[in-house]
Design a protein around this ligand. Structure first.
Ligand SMILES: CC(C)(COP(=O)(O)OP(=O)(O)OC[C@H]1O[C@@H](n2cnc3c(N)ncnc32)[C@H](O)[C@@H]1OP(=O)(O)O)[C@@H](O)C(=O)NCCC(=O)NCCS
Length: 114
């Protein structure tokens, strides 16, 4: 497994590669005081191997290096895999955005304090 990283002052895009192919990615962006996870995904063939958890840990390090206070995200209320991942990583649910998605599903707003 290898890594590919693209980092600017405001933005980090990090991938894990297996035999040259991208198998997991995360994208995080800085706000004024905090940071936000824009995207995280692992290929089905590579799930439950700790890849997303390790990408989140690196994203937290990047946010700390930029003196952020917290990392925020929104997740579909029915996305049990992602919600379990975030809870296991230390995110807590702060609020719910009713019918946030175009199909009417609620979003949970979650926060990780750095
Ligand atoms: C959510 C997702 C990113 C998890 O990726 P992953 O690399 O498989 O996650 P990890 O292996 O790091 O899992 C860490 C922990 O998260 C939880 N978890 C992950 N997938 C889970 C699942 N399908 N069911 C229940 N818990 C799950 C578990 O607690 C797991 O620890 P464990 O394997 O020791 O039990 C992946 O399922 C995915 O890409 N889903 C589609 C895209 C998506 O929904 N992204 C999030 C949008 S907000």
């Amino acid at each position: 497994m290898t890594d590919k990283m693209s980092s600017e002052a405001q933005h980090l895009f990090l991938s894990r590669l297996d035999a040259g192919a991208t198998v997991a990615t995360i994208e995080i962006m800085r706000g004024v005081d905090d940071a936000e996870i824009l995207h995280i995904e692992t290929l089905p063939s590579h799930r439950r191997q700790g890849l997303a958890q390790s990408l989140l840990a690196e994203a937290f390090d990047w946010a700390r290096q930029h003196q952020r206070q917290a990392v925020w995200l929104e997740v579909r209320a029915g996305n049990d895999a992602a919600i379990n991942l975030y809870r296991k990583t230390g995110f807590v649910q702060i609020s719910t955005r009713k019918r946030y998605y175009a199909d009417g599903e609620d979003a949970l707003v979650m926060k990780y304090t750095l």
